[in-house]
Design a binder for this molecule. Structure first.
Ligand code: WAQ
Ligand code: MG
Length: 281
């Protein structure tokens, strides 16, 4: 649900992108008032320099003022964790969850196989997300190296505090979870997108998620083997003749501030949830 939020202090979008020998390493971003720009710039720089995939040799920081009426606010999706025994079971579970959300079996199969093989044309990870037709599985993004980068979203200070407290209880208060939840929140708030699939390109972070309006943000404890550097994101596009240029512009440019969080639930074993879905669906 989107409502316009009158902001008291103007916000700035600050974005970091780092690379090593010409290939993408990491990116992160925030929406903050001017008074915090300097401190946040330092944090983002440190993030780039301390990344687990290696040392950045090029780091870009961009800052843009956001015109006040453009800032919209929303509530984060609900979060829950599904425990799987290994990454194979994780991918099976992801397939079931995506189909439950309305993605065709063919599109699911293509998404999993493409991410596993490295979605960029050189077999590496893309900088952004793939767009896949949720019915046919046809790839729709204009640039298969870059994909689409979701940008200009963040938590309000109050929502950030509440989220950290809730995640802390479950031992999940880390930047991967927080940032992925915010990103997925913006993706689900974008008209035309049915669901998302993601796992990290960081070799030491093996969890991933499926997100959809039907299911919220469902973490899967394993979606790839330890040490694997190929990761990525797939946004499944509803087959409704959507204007792709507009969709991409929304994902990259629309400004979304999460001022409230959803429910943060604990862990369920996949066998249990599978049985529930089979009985209920
Ligand atoms: N927009 C679109 N795609 C992106 C973006 C973005 N802003 N940032 C990253 N990607 C794509 C890109 O292909 C990366 O290779 C891939 O996603 C993975 O990015 O425990 O850390 O930042 O709740 O490595 C999942 C958290 C963490 C699961 C995902 O992704 C959990 C993560 P990473
Ligand atoms: Mg990464």
């Amino acid at each position: 649900m989107l409502i316009s939020a009158p902001m008291k202090t103007p916000l700035y979008s600050i974005r970091m992108h780092s690379s090593c020998r010409g290939s993408h390493l990491s990116g992160a971003e925030r929406l903050v008032p001017q008074a915090e720009l300097e401190a946040v710039a330092g944090q983002l720089l440190r993030r780039a320099l301390e990344h687990s995939r290696g040392c950045a040799d090029s780091i870009r920081l961009s800052v843009d003022a956001i015109a006040e009426p453009l800032v919209r606010s929303a509530t984060l999706p609900d979060l829950a964790t599904i425990r799987v025994t290994d990454y194979r079971q994780g991918r099976e579970a992801a397939a079931v969850l995506l189909q439950h959300s309305g993605v065709s079996p063919r599109a699911v199969e293509i998404a999993l196989a493409t991410l596993a093989a490295g979605a960029a044309p050189d077999g590496g990870s893309m900088r952004g997300a793939m767009l896949l037709d949720a019915e046919s599985g046809v790839r729709l993004e204009a640039d298969p190296f870059r994909g689409v980068r979701v940008s200009r979203m963040d938590l309000s200070p109050e929502a950030a505090l509440r989220l950290q407290q809730q995640l802390q209880r479950l031992g999940l208060n880390n930047p991967h979870v927080r940032e992925a939840l915010v990103l997925a929140g913006k993706v689900l708030a974008t008209p035309g997108i049915l669901a998302e699939l993601c796992w990290s390109d960081d070799p030491d972070y093996t969890a991933g998620y499926v997100a959809s309006a039907a299911l919220g943000y469902r973490r899967l404890t394993q979606l790839k083997p330890l040490g694997e550097e190929r990761g990525g994101r797939v946004f499944f596009i509803r087959d409704e003749g959507f204007d792709l240029t507009r969709l991409q512009r929304e994902l990259e440019q629309a400004v979304l501030l999460f001022t409230d969080i959803g429910t943060i639930a604990g862990e369920t074993p996949w066998e249990e949830l599978r049985a529930t879905l089979a009985a209920g669906a």
